[in-house]
Design a protein around this ligand. Structure first.
Ligand SMILES: NC(=O)c1ccc[n+]([C@@H]2O[C@H](COP(=O)([O-])OP(=O)(O)OC[C@H]3O[C@@H](n4cnc5c(N)ncnc54)[C@H](O)[C@@H]3O)[C@@H](O)[C@H]2O)c1
Length: 316
């Protein structure tokens, strides 16, 4: 398995055209994450509309630009469409995409403001910091003093259109973000700590260098040694399979979960605002924190779905 012995919490996100106004308003207020997923009727509509229009699967496949075998799986309810696929099916088969989206009002999740520390101000760390700083109090930690100084005067140390824009507009966006080199204080007072320090794989020696992640974990362990409630640590750096289990044992720390990042450099914040997918992996012990992190992290962007046995929309 991709993340051995880790349970997945999978959240798919999609955008404005398939959310309704009321929930967008609540989302904008940052109060909730709500569930939304595609209904059973979608699959029935596709089959019945295709037959009414006397289209074979091959003919429909050409019109909507979806591979015929995928279409066949979709009609057999064995495949959930991406947002683009849903939109193109709805255009050709003439149904409203909003009619096949189910909002699960029962599963609204209230998310409290959190104190979050983020280890590093690179593409991953800073884009997450900006994203999270609207509804949480965020402190970014870096070993490079020049970067810290820049962030504290709202200048981006990296080139990224959205990060630069959001930092310039920090007042109207109400961002609560500060930077520091004082890792110990930042980690000691945080409820969630995100680690996005650099890791490196050397294919020649088959060695995955995670030493910068481990340096942060050691600092966190030291800084929170006397804390009654330990923070949840979320590793965002790229790490090898099995690493979370291994490092928890090695460090004697239970409170570590993993959330892979899928962003592109220079489009880091954009990709975090419009994610293709959000994955958080945790064992049973940390599942609640993982859900809280996922819900809280993405409350501004997600008209998404916390995984059950549900068909989730996903965006290509
Ligand atoms: N950049 C991407 O597109 C991308 C995408 C997915 C995953 N990742 C992964 O995320 C991780 C970070 O990548 P990145 O591109 O954001 O890095 P980056 O090179 O942009 O930034 C790294 C930052 O870490 C700081 N740093 C190093 N050691 C530190 C420590 N001990 N404490 C605090 N700060 C420290 C450096 O000063 C630098 O600011 C890597 O594992 C990378 O593989 C990156």
């Amino acid at each position: 398995m991709f993340l051995d012995r880790l349970a997945f919490l999978y959240i798919s996100c999609y955008h404005n055209h398939i959310t309704n106004e009321k929930y967008l308003t609540l989302l904008a207020a940052g109060l909730i994450l709500y569930e939304a997923f595609i209904s059973e009727t979608f699959f029935e509509i596709v089959v019945s509309r295709r037959k009414t229009l006397k289209l074979t699967q091959t003919a429909l496949s050409e019109k909507v630009n979806i591979n015929r075998s995928i279409l066949s799986r979709l009609e057999a309810q064995d495949y959930s469409p991406s947002v683009d696929q849903l939109l193109s099916l709805s255009a050709v088969l003439d149904f409203k995409p909003t009619d096949v989206i189910v909002d699960n009002h029962a599963d609204l999740v209230a998310v409290e403001r959190k104190r979050i520390a983020i280890a590093d101000t690179g593409y991953v760390g800073l884009s997450l910091a900006i994203l999270l700083s609207k509804h949480n109090d965020v402190t970014v930690v870096d070993i490079t003093e020049t970067k810290v100084k820049k962030i504290n005067v709202w200048e981006s140390p990296i080139q990224d259109e959205y990060i630069e824009k959001y930092m310039t507009e920090h007042e109207e966006r109400n961002l609560s973000l500060q930077a520091t080199t004082d890792a110990a204080s930042a980690y000691a007072s945080a409820e969630f700590i995100i680690i996005a320090t650099p890791t490196n794989y050397d294919p020649k020696t088959n060695f995955f260098d995670c030493s910068a992640v481990e340096t942060v974990l050691e600092l966190v362990k030291e800084a929170t040694a006397d804390s009654k409630v330990k923070p949840t640590i979320v590793i965002k750096s790229i790490i090898p399979v099995g690493y979370t289990v291994h490092i928890k044992e090695k460090m004697g720390m239970d409170n570590i979960i993993f959330g892979p990042e899928f962003l592109r450099e220079s489009k880091a914040l954009y990709d975090n605002l419009y994610p293709s997918q959000i994955i958080v992996g945790a064992d049973e012990q940390n599942q609640e924190s993982a859900e809280e992190f996922a819900a809280g992290s993405y409350q501004d962007i997600c008209a998404g779905a916390v995984h059950g046995d549900r068909r989730n929309l996903w965006q290509q």
